[in-house]
Design a protein around this ligand. Structure first.
Ligand SMILES: [Fe+2]
Length: 219
């Protein structure tokens, strides 16, 4: 089974079985996860979500394809070539394009607000002075001009929580930090439903955050 075929065949089956992994006889290729349960979410049209899922699946396919091609080039003694180097550079972009979308879709679909007495709320208050101050910073980061990702990161070294602007999938992630809440602010995430009104999209995003998932990511 190739990476490409594997991703397509296993679509909708989030976790590969042990038998599937054994059959591969090598590291399992990445499998696109099924987020169709998000369809119907308030403020997100079905068309927008389906387009977004398709785009995500493309990152999974390409991550597998890049990994397979690099592996093949290594076996063929082509590791010192410019082609290998360029593809190696691309790996971080495709991989993060896949993984950041997974974090994003998985922290959506919630109905309830943040548990104000929970660990996460306490940490946000400890770091920012209040929940509202954190939200103001996160939203302000999200409404900056440009496309990218907004990530609430937890610095494992000292527990500090920081909202980061990530311009490209593979650029400016803080090393060793733990992503807690991820918001996609690429135009495909909102333009179909909101046009240029990115703040309205961000409001809709906040109404659908699955805070249980976000809190569970806390280390
Ligand atoms: Fe996206």
């Amino acid at each position: 089974m190739t990476g490409l075929g594997g991703a397509a065949l296993l679509l909708g089956n989030a976790v590969p079985t042990k038998a599937q992994i054994k059959k591969e006889g090598k590291t399992m290729t990445y499998v696109a996860r099924d987020y169709s349960k998000l369809i119907g979410m308030e403020g997100f049209s079905e068309t927008l979500l389906k387009n977004h899922f398709t785009l995500y699946q493309g990152y999974v396919t390409n991550t597998n394809k890049v990994l397979d091609t690099l592996d093949q080039m290594l076996k063929e003694g082509k590791a010192a070539t410019p082609e290998f180097a360029e593809l190696k550079r691309r790996l971080g972009w495709e991989f993060n394009g896949m993984r950041l979308h997974e974090y994003y879709f998985e922290n959506l679909g919630g109905k309830a607000g943040i548990d104000t007495g929970g660990r996460l709320a306490k940490k946000l208050i400890g770091n920012f002075g209040s929940y509202d101050a954190w939200e103001k910073d996160f939203k302000a980061t999200g409404t900056m001009r440009g496309i990218g990702w907004i990530v609430l990161y937890q610095d494992i070294a000292n527990g500090k929580l920081i909202n980061f602007w990530i311009n490209e999938h593979d650029v400016s992630h803080p090393a060793g930090c733990n992503p807690l809440l991820i918001m996609d602010v690429f135009e495909h995430a909102f333009m179909l439903d909101y046009g240029l009104k990115k703040t309205d999209y961000i409001s809709a995003f906040f109404k659908n955050i699955d805070w249980k998932v976000v809190e569970a990511r806390l280390k």
